[in-house]
Ligand binder design. Structure first.
Ligand code: ZN
Length: 148
């Protein structure tokens, strides 16, 4: 897999120095997602403050794409509202489905545009989406819990 050098550095940096990779004990919801095709695993917790994402914390093992993407996602979505996070996640999903035809909007996706090249490799897209799907699952659970 060949990615732009600068982008490769962003991914490696997040892989070596993952952000928010310490599971908290007071999450509103916590999920465990696996990507069997690659062996990636992510346990991810979400804590909400009303409609705002107060914390995304996680732990995981797997390839650099899955771990870096989860780190980038957590960095990007903490502090956002649930609606904003959904819009950003949909943008990222769209980018991953672009088969290499799109570069992604850095104003919206920030470091996540570094993963744009992954969309050319169908086998790796699940790696890049693992953390994002775990977040979606956990945030829906946390939100429904808050409404009760
Ligand atoms: Zn993987």
């Amino acid at each position: 897999m060949q990615l732009d050098n600068l982008y490769q550095e962003v991914i490696l940096d997040h892989y070596k120095n993952p952000q928010n990779k310490v599971l908290a004990s007071d999450n509103d919801a916590q999920v465990h997602h696996v990507n069997p095709s690659c062996g990636d695993e992510v346990t991810l917790g979400v804590k909400l403050d009303g409609d705002k994402i107060a914390s995304i914390n996680w732990d995981g093992v797997g390839c650099s794409i899955s771990q870096a993407s989860t780190s980038i996602m957590s960095d990007l979505l903490i502090g956002k509202s649930l609606d904003e996070a959904t819009a950003i996640s949909e943008d990222f999903l769209h980018l991953m489905q672009s088969k290499g035809s799109e570069e992604g909007n850095p104003d919206v996706l920030e470091d996540a545009v570094a993963l744009a090249g992954v969309s050319k490799y169908p086998a790796r897209i699940k790696c890049a989406l693992l953390g994002w799907m775990a977040f979606k699952d956990a945030s829906v659970q946390a939100h429904s819990k808050e409404e009760k």
